[in-house]
Design a protein around this ligand. Structure first.
Ligand SMILES: CC(C)(COP(=O)(O)OP(=O)(O)OC[C@H]1O[C@@H](n2cnc3c(N)ncnc32)[C@H](O)[C@@H]1OP(=O)(O)O)[C@@H](O)C(=O)NCCC(=O)NCCS
Length: 242
């Protein structure tokens, strides 16, 4: 019984994160009186994107920039039972940022989001907001269809993007600390660990951010749902929220 509930909770978490779990509980009038939610990510950087080389194996797929009309296919590829909010998010990204897609036989088999100017790491009940300098690119969500994994789709997407943005001298990305395949793929591509960022939320009201910059040993926490950061070459500045 408990195992079933745990599996169900995992499914909800995959589909809609903590908000979907809480929504479902509240519909069953089982809203918890007290809740602690902890999330942690690692931030990685690639100091010289111009050095990123394509994998030796030549690709059996094409890489091009996605368009607004690809929204539905991109979302259906990466999310089961996507909510309207997920479609809205992807629509917004396709219009304001850039997404590169890998296609085979006219079907999208993978994609990687590229952000300039700003990026928000979506934490539950808030986000970590990064303002990016001109020479900084933040790589957002990337996804490869299961049957095409471990075949070099991700490194090819990455090297394609690095050729286009080679004048940008720093690439950043983040990964949930539990996402082992993605951590391995990112490190394999040559990304280095940059910082660790975590957030503890107590029933939606109190948030404790903590950020560790290994090189400088900076350690900082704030009491807000949204924290503002800027990545300055090899330094991580934290602006306390207004
Ligand atoms: C992470 C992800 C994008 C990697 O894409 P991919 O095209 O399968 O990556 P590759 O096959 O080219 O793997 C690159 C390297 O990563 C490592 N790697 C990737 N997945 C791995 C796994 N499951 N186990 C072990 N190593 C893995 C391998 O070392 C591989 O290098 P190699 O081929 O030289 O051995 C893909 O696994 C995915 O879509 N995951 C689900 C979505 C996700 O978690 N996205 C990231 C969120 S930030």
């Amino acid at each position: 019984m408990i195992l079933n509930q745990l599996n169900l909770a995992r499914k909800y978490y995959r589909d809609g994160g903590m908000p979907l779990i809480l929504h479902t509980l509240s519909q069953k009038k089982k809203f918890p009186k007290f809740l602690i939610h902890y999330q942690a990510v690692d931030i990685y950087y690639y100091p010289n994107p111009e050095d990123i080389r394509p994998p030796k194996r030549s690709p059996s797929f094409q890489i091009t920039q996605a368009e607004a009309t690809d929204c539905h296919e991109l979302v259906s590829l990466a999310w089961t039972n996507p909510s309207d909010a997920i479609y809205d998010r992807m629509n917004k990204i396709l219009r304001s940022q850039i997404v590169y897609k890998a296609t085979k036989n006219n079907k999208i088999i993978g994609f990687l989001e590229v952000y300039k100017n700003e990026y928000s790491i979506p934490f539950t009940f808030g986000c970590a907001y990064f303002s990016l300098d001109k020479n900084q690119i933040f790589l957002g969500y990337g996804f490869v269809q299961e049957t095409y994994r471990m075949k070099g789709v991700f490194p090819h997407l990455l090297s394609h993007i690095s050729q286009i943005f080679s004048h940008n001298s720093e690439f950043y990305t983040y990964i949930d600390i539990h996402n082992t395949p993605s951590i391995l793929a990112t490190k394999r591509a040559g990304f280095k660990h940059f910082s660790h960022l975590s957030k503890l939320t107590l029933i939606k009201k109190l948030s404790y951010w903590s950020c560790k910059k290994k090189l400088l040993g900076t350690d900082c926490s704030t009491g807000s749902r949204i924290a503002f950061f800027s990545l300055k070459s090899h330094d991580l500045h934290i602006t306390p929220p207004q």
